[in-house]
Ligand binder design. Structure first.
Ligand code: 16G
Ligand code: MG
Length: 548
């Protein structure tokens, strides 16, 4: 069987590539201005179908989203059969195909690609897709559908949905009716699975005070509304920034990225959030979660991905021990260089901790090496993975006391509550609430697990392709000599740490610094940013004033 060239040609002619643009499948798929992504999204439809054929007709996912980015941005990414990120080698193929400049070039490249990878075109192809609430979404989905129908894929439109629900649907549909079943293959199945595990986990616990949820004016609002309906009094959620109709509102001065980066509450919460009350923010596609609270003096306290990892890992370790399984099940943590030094110190005194490069796929793969792997990026992206051996151990373990039996029950319910395909803000939210209910913690007690070192993140508009890193992005190998200058500077600051890495999602270089006191962390970050700026030939008269 060969490629349906006629239908592909006709469809491709409707989606010409903008001549001057280069597209790159990066950390989170293709992501740029939504108005430029028509040709890319069309081609992703074709690629998704080929990936499905290559994997013997397994369902592949496609999500149209630009997450926490500004509303005019959009993006498209592929989801592999187990609900995981696209296999790395295909990122390069996707980039090559997306950059073919004419229909003929595209068809030739496709033909080549099918031959090289020996894709059996007689296999079926199945693709499920969804989008977030961005205004550019419907047109991009139409382009995607053109690609899918040109190659003859079986399609399923999941509509406007969160990224984690799309990942769930991919896994649920591929493992339906098998011993690895992931739940009912629908969004109702998702809500039901998580809610029922949550209810079992908090049974008998006194209800926590209501939780304010900043939905970033994005699709997370939909998921919060669904959970509220099912959970009722078990967990009262108060949605704010749940406006899906005002243009420009998405991620604007709200959401997880705003809170983490600016280290303050969204202005829209000023009159809502009372001292001591806990609140959280989702991002635009609901796969990141950040908590926070204001103390009696109105001071802001951030409970970010590192704090979530510490809270959750400590709870799981305790359950494993109480279930009598501490010799069978090894719990480990995965972080990135952005993890606060305070958290790394706290966690490594208790558990194995591994540091990997930024991006969910790196953390996810590293976490798979533990029996239970807890992974979180400081920005609130993360989840917990239970290995298949661990699931077996939990299923077969014979508890010898009622306390062991209770702990075992909790662990089993956690495997259902946690969306293990990818970080999921709503699943993580329910998980955090379970732990807070069990420990009777308020935000304050949770925050007291360890003290964060003051830190600062700065971006420099420097040509990012000049920057190459090693050691999980903690050190620069190029430009040559720059790392030595950074080391020299860092030595002068108490508890100083700083690193520089090229962003995977925008054309900038990021600088992170932390130190014992706030002013020093700021100063170190700006000095290192100054070094980066100078090194890359920035015009001295344009040097940002704060880069000392
Ligand atoms: C993307 C990644 C996120 C990472 C961020 C880093 C996924 C699904 N998302 O949002 O994990 O923290 O990029 O952005 O992998 P940066 O490279 O621009 O700093
Ligand atoms: Mg996101």
């Amino acid at each position: 069987m060969s490629l349906p060239l006629e239908s592909l040609r006709a469809a491709s002619d409707k989606h010409p590539k903008p001549a001057h643009l280069h597209f790159q499948y990066g950390t989170a798929g293709f992501r740029t201005l939504g108005s430029t992504l028509d040709s890319v999204t069309f081609k992703v439809g074709v690629i998704a179908a080929l990936r499905s054929k290559k994997l013997d007709g397994k369902t592949i996912g496609v999500m149209v989203t630009a997450s926490h980015n500004p509303e005019p941005d959009n993006g498209v990414k592929l989801v592999d059969p187990r609900g995981e990120m696209l296999e790395a080698s295909w990122e390069g193929y996707a980039t090559t195909l997306a950059n073919t400049s004419s229909t003929e070039e595209f068809l030739d490249a496709l033909d080549q690609f099918v031959k090289t990878l020996r894709i059996d075109l007689s296999k079926p192809s199945r693709v499920v897709y969804g989008r977030d609430t961005r205004p550019s979404g419907p047109a991009l989905v139409a382009a995607l559908e053109d690609g899918l129908s040109a190659i003859g894929a079986e399609i399923r439109d999941a509509g406007v949905t969160t990224t984690p629900i799309l990942h769930y649907l991919v896994r649920a549909s591929n493992y339906k009716g098998t011993k690895d079943s992931y739940g009912e293959d629908s969004s109702e199945g998702y809500y039901e699975k998580l809610s029922s595990a949550f209810k079992k986990l908090v049974a008998g616990k006194s209800a926590l005070p209501p939780l304010i949820v900043d939905c970033a004016n994005g699709v997370g609002a939909q998921a919060v509304a669904e959970f509220s309906k099912i959970l009722g009094d078990k967990l009262k959620l108060i949605p704010v920034n749940d406006d899906l109709s005002t243009p420009g509102a998405l991620n604007n001065a709200c959401g997880a990225d705003f809170v983490k980066t600016s280290q303050k509450i969204p202005p829209s919460l000023t009159s809502v959030l009372k001292p001591g009350q806990r609140a959280c923010s989702l991002d635009g596609d609901a796969d990141r979660l950040i908590y926070y609270y204001l103390d009696e003096r109105g001071q802001f306290h951030l409970l970010d991905g590192d704090k979530i990892a510490a809270l959750v890992a400590a709870f799981i370790v305790e359950l494993v021990k109480n279930a009598g399984l501490e010799h069978e099940i090894r719990v480990g943590i995965v972080q990135t260089a952005y993890a606060n030094g305070g958290s790394t110190k706290y966690l490594s005194q208790r558990l194995p901790v591994k540091c990997v490069a930024t991006g969910v796929k790196h953390l996810h793969h590293a976490a798979e090496h533990y029996d239970i792997g807890v992974y979180f990026e400081a920005n609130g992206h993360g989840t917990v993975l239970f290995s298949s051996d661990t699931l077996k151990t939990l299923a077969e373990h014979q508890p010898s006391t009622p306390a062991q039996s209770t702990a075992l029950g909790h662990l089993t319910n956690l495997t259902q509550l946690i969306n293990q395909t990818v970080g999921d803000a709503l699943s993580d939210l329910l998980l955090v609430e379970v732990v807070l209910a069990h420990k009777s913690y308020s935000g304050f007690e949770w925050d007291s697990l360890y003290v964060d070192l003051p830190n600062r993140l700065v971006k420099v508009a420097a040509p990012r392709h000049l920057f190459k890193t090693e050691d999980a992005e903690r050190r620069l190998v190029s430009p040559p000599g720059l790392q030595a200058k950074i080391d020299e500077l860092v030595r002068r600051y108490e508890a100083g740490r700083s690193f520089v890495r090229p962003s995977g999602t925008e054309d900038v270089v990021r600088v992170y610094a932390e130190a014992m006191v706030r002013a020093q962390a700021d100063e170190l970050a700006f000095r290192v940013a100054g070094l980066v700026y100078d090194e890359t030939g920035g015009d001295p008269s344009q040097r940002p004033a704060e880069f000392l």
